[in-house]
Design a protein around this ligand. Sequence first.
Ligand code: AVJ
Length: 318
Amino acid sequence: MNPSVCFYDYQPAPADMRAEVIHGLSQDQKRIPPKFFYDRRGSRLFDAITELPEYYPTRTEIGILHSHGAEMAEVVGRGALLVELGSGSSLKIRCLLEALEPAVYVPVDISRDHLMESATKLAASFPGLEVHAACADYSVPFGLPVEPNGHDLAAFFPGSSIGNFDPADARHFLERIGTLVGPGGKLLIGVDLVKDSRTLHAAYNDAQGVTADFNLNLLRRINRELEGDFDLATFEHNAFFNADESRIEMHLVSRIEQTVRVAGRGFAFRAGESIHTESSYKYTIEGFQALARQAGFEAARCWTDTKQLFSVHCLRFG
Ligand code: AVJ
């Protein structure tokens, strides 16, 4: 292991996943939080999604970071302490580390193995960068594992992961990032934009079925970690754009009437009944800026691609 990486383990206890899954499966509309997608296999499948021809967000966001990195550095400032929430894609952070030249880098991710692997590789290719990797569920409050020591604070929340939250929760989450970076602190955040529903639909229903595997992997994980007995062949992936709510919804639909056991309990499914596994909200630039303002941020800058598929915002807190 690279000695220049400090590792902090705030990993959510397995009991949390058990309680959240049981709670979610007990609702009228069954649901499971999308953060549980990311076990080792789920993280690999998500990486594969980001390379699919239909899945435009990742490559578009990377393009924006490449084209406008210098401007981002001007707005954020160099030599900062940069916290990355959900340190999934090393391509994005590499691009940003080169442009922003932060003094300290704090990747935060729920997936321990994935985090360790990418933090170690990054520390090796950016000698001189202090890396403090924190394994944590960033959807629950947590503090910085290191003192800012006079560095300006900036957070990076790429990938439109903010889209997983309902707007009210997104606002609360932004407020918490505000508390983390403090007055004058910056947030660079990637936000997927509303667009024609065909493009959106294709991005979550890829021809190779990788997104379907990613969705179904949640049941495989529950089988392994929570003594579940889901028969994956009796569930199917369903993803569609809900225009009224401005979100993609992903579901796992039971093809048959059945009772599934999880953690010693039975959960009955009607034929066609679903588990809602993910919402992915799509914003307009103005709509997102209004949300950010409600959370106490001021919109400093916004960059997009030429097709206006995706946006990266720099927000200033306080
Ligand atoms: C990581 C939440 C941004 O919503 O596009 C991709 C997850 N789900 N394909 C998204 C995801 C299905 C992704 N986020």
